[in-house]
Design a protein around this ligand. Structure first.
Ligand SMILES: [Fe+2]
Length: 435
């Protein structure tokens, strides 16, 4: 099936798609421009969000110095939780409300940037916490209007959060991952400085890099936008619309860069070119999935991270068990693509080819296996866990993982084929051990 067929609308399908392109500055040293950008935005006092690890790094000093040089007053919030919860977001929102800020700067990984988005939202439009949380868990109310300016400075090459309107967290009372989502939450400006990745530990580069790769691959293989039902006001399309010609462009380029650079970025911290390319690729993949939407690897990941028992990932905060987001996504990926390939084999082959796989002579029937094997090869080359068993799960957990993942229908429905609960069970089973 070629591109035109994939995007041919039938029945109630939406033949059009909308793109919101986030504003960004990319390049070595651009973090030092933070104060000048904040001044251009008219800010005189900002809340500076970070976490305990980043608070000790030179990058945050660069940001503070640039704010001071621009005459901007700021207060630091460094209590962001890695993998935020509703409680941690509300604590951050309280800080944001009490600080009387005109805008925000966030510097850190996805958790920091996501926390800042939520703090900005609830301090600008105070409401019961569940009001804006995605339905059906939350009220699903739209964000009423623009938020305060937010400059997002990522320090990992992965989540792409600097370019998305999404904030993901654990709702503690339900033990469920859910999120907040609005175009208004897209940061006003992303400052993406590859110099910050110098200090990134190996497992963080791997997990966040595979997260970025999955954003791109899920976007490329997502359901076509033309199959999304046209309901509601035509001009008010959701942020995640399914694969489209624009998201394909971002996905292909991100996959090409990630295929060439991810393994080197993980294995050789001195390879600045590889790390810079990963930083750029992660940002592009962020814009891409913000537009097209993710599907099964992400939909399943929330159960994998949420049900963790003992596993502690190296290079992550040691005080509690954690399967980092990118790891919980990637462990599902090979099994997912073996399942989804029949729906759009050419897109699976193209993804594999962009990543560097040799697809000469491949037939559509080979697509899932070629892509899965290429992903497994990348996991092995970076000493990544080889399946869900490696992070503590077994066959006995398949039902609990399935029950945890199945409610993530918003994401699961973006897969290129329909997914039953039994299908999901089968994919989890096949993700237990790849080698
Ligand atoms: Fe992700």
């Amino acid at each position: 099936m070629h591109c035109c067929q994939y995007y041919h609308a039938t029945g109630d399908g939406d033949p059009a798609f909308t793109v919101d392109v986030p504003q960004f500055t990319f390049g070595a040293g651009c973090l030092a421009e933070c104060g000048a950008h904040a001044k251009t935005l008219g800010l005189r006092r900002v809340g500076l969000f970070t976490d305990a690890r980043v608070a000790r790094l030179p990058s945050i000093e660069t940001v503070k110095r640039s704010l001071r040089d621009a005459g901007i007053d700021f207060a630091v919030y460094d209590e962001v939780r890695v993998e935020p919860t509703d409680e941690s977001l509300q604590a951050a929102a309280k800080f944001a409300a009490e600080g009387k800020f005109e805008g925000f700067v966030s510097i850190g990984g996805g958790s920091v940037i996501d926390t800042c988005k939520a703090a900005n939202l609830y301090s600008t439009y105070p409401a019961d916490f569940l009001t804006y949380v995605n339905a059906p868990i939350g009220g699903g109310q739209p964000v009423p209007g623009p938020l305060k300016p937010h400059i997002a400075c990522p320090t990992t090459s992965g989540t792409g959060s600097e370019c998305t309107g999404i904030s993901i967290f654990d709702l503690l009372s339900m033990k469920a991952k859910t999120g907040l989502m609005s175009r208004h939450m897209i940061p006003t400006l992303a400052l993406v400085d590859p110099l910050v990745t110098k200090s990134l530990p190996r497992t963080v580069v791997a997990a966040s890099g595979f997260d970025a790769m999955s954003h791109a691959l899920e976007s490329l293989t997502a359901r076509s936008h033309a199959t999304r039902s046209r309901s509601g006001i035509a001009s008010q399309r959701p942020m995640n619309q399914g694969a489209n010609m624009w998201s394909d462009m971002g996905a292909r380029e991100a996959l090409r860069l990630i295929g060439r650079h991810l393994v080197h970025a993980v294995n050789d911290p001195s390879d600045e070119e590889a790390r810079a390319n990963m930083m750029y690729a992660a940002m592009v993949a962020g814009m891409t999935f913000s537009n097209a939407g993710c599907h099964l690897p992400h939909g399943m990941s929330y159960a994998v991270s949420g049900l963790v028992r003992e596993f502690r990932a190296p290079d992550y905060p040691p005080n509690e068990p954690i399967v980092p987001h990118g790891m919980s996504v990637m462990l599902n990926a090979p099994a997912v693509y073996r399942f989804t390939a029949p729906a759009c084999a050419d897109r699976h082959l193209e993804g594999a080819q962009c990543l560097g796989a040799d697809v000469r002579g491949a037939t559509p029937a080979d697509a899932g296996e070629i892509l899965a094997q290429h992903l497994i090869g990348m996991m092995q080359a970076t000493d990544f866990p080889g399946g869900l068993e490696y992070v503590g799960y077994s066959e006995r957990d398949v039902d609990a993982l399935t029950d945890g993942a199945y409610p993530q229908q918003r994401v699961i429905k973006n897969a290129p084929r329909d997914v039953s609960k039994d299908d999901l069970r089968g994919i989890f089973r096949n993700a237990m051990r790849y080698w």
